[in-house]
Design a protein around this ligand. Sequence first.
Ligand code: QV4
Ligand code: CA
Length: 512
Amino acid sequence: MRTLILLTLLGACWAQFDPNVQSGRTAIVHLFEWRWADIAAECERYLGPNGFAGLQVSPPNENAVYYDPWRPWWERYQPISYKICTRSGNEQEFQDMVARCNDVGVRVYVDGVINHMCGAGGPGGTQSTCGSTYYPGKEDFPAVPFSSWDFNDGKCYTGSGNIENYQDATQVRNCRLVGLLDLALEKDYVRGKVAEYMNKLIGYGVAGFRLDAAKHMWPGDIQAIVNKLNNLNTRWFSGGAKPFIFQEVIDLGGEPITVNEYTGIGRVTEFKYGQKLGYIIRRWNGEKLSYLKNWGEGWGFMASGKALVFVDNHDTQRGHGPGGASVLTFWDSRLYKIAIGFMLAHPYGFARVMSSYNWPRDIQNGQDKNDWVGPPANSDGSTKPVTINADSTCGNGWVCEHRWRQIRNMVKFRNVADGQAFANWWDNGSNQIAFGRGNKAFIVINLDDWQLDATLQTGLPAGTYCDVISGQKEGSGCSGISVTVGGDGKARFQISNSAEDPFIAIHVDNKL
Ligand code: QV4
Ligand code: CA
């Protein structure tokens, strides 16, 4: 009996690390700023059929509306209430999306902005996505309701009331992040309002949450809120399943707050991953691909089972937050595909792919003047739908990296490799590398300035395999390169350094 209770408790604790995905699905996509109606359609027509495990949505709760600059994406990180009412859609559309995605095996994770409300200098009045009235100067949000009692001012000792020094953990938690009104999350009333909002979403069928600005919340406060969360909706999840939690803590070293304070609560974003991978793939600072041999914990990252990994996110792709200079994005598409390919082939962490919209990037002295530009929108500010072109790419300004053949096929590669050990590493001491996943999958990358020509142990059964980067299996043949694996598991690979995609990936589901 005692063991049973212990096991149950352990199960409950561990559950926050479990993404609650359908078995055989392993990677999620951030559909940044997408409308709920478009996401519902994307689940049914693309994400479900192509093996995506889930998706992260932009914050669904009511936010401040800004006209100067005009409808920036970052207004969604300035909550006004917990009504489900944004440019992405209303509550009914949100519910419909979650149900339709779950029905095709695709999970929904909500970006939870619970550290703060809008900026102290926010517009106020009824300038909000649902028309709720608010008074930032008085810290009054009647639609929740929150009043000045519910904010942290009394506990912040900086002159400006803002976070001024990241070396001081107390002000990072108790002061305002870029002027955003900081909630007093130690108050049971505030915790209750936040949990009520999250539980409403859990009721609709969401599978978990990204916790925005987790570094700016005390771990004990986060734990107390998580303890108030309901189990997942049993229409789609097994009884007792807990919401998946991944916390946004940017720990690149050098600050007193580290990810270790948060890994007991749930997963944590591993920001070193995209930063360091950027350095390697760009070959900056003398980095080489061969150094990827011990990628993961060997590089000082948190334990694999605690990590949420990504190449870029909505901040780092436009210079918000620290550490973005080396980060690869769709703007560097050739190297980006390699970075995503590597991430999806490698077993470390739970992986998230980015899906962006285009904006008129304007870099001056290393800073993008247009880093604020919001999603493709009509003149009334409404977000434009994601249209699908005949060649299956997206229109209306949506980039849809997750639909790029190389990326979509590597999501499938990760599913096939799920649970298989990192195996058969090879490198040339420079920028040519290869590795496999058990006897299921194998990838070879050439970023040297010369051709790769090597006969390598793949670990795969003998046969002819279709490369899933240059094409895939179609009917009884390959639309791209084919690779012949001999009875000894070896295959010869030739990759030109000038190829648009200088990498090859094969797996048992694309064997002829
Ligand atoms: C301005 C002035 C302040 C002044 C304030 C007065 O700059 O000095 O005190 O007005 O009201 C926007 C503006 C910012 C403005 C602020 C408040 O850019 O200039 O302050 O609003 O009105 C996003 C954007 C921010 C944006 C914020 C809210 O990145 O630029 O601020 O949304 O709209 C750290 C954190 C980490 C964070 C990262 C970016 O540790 O948690 O910075 N990442 C997350 C999200 C991110 C989001 C937030 C946190 C805040 O991923 O997208 O910030 O929710 O590393
Ligand atoms: Ca705080």
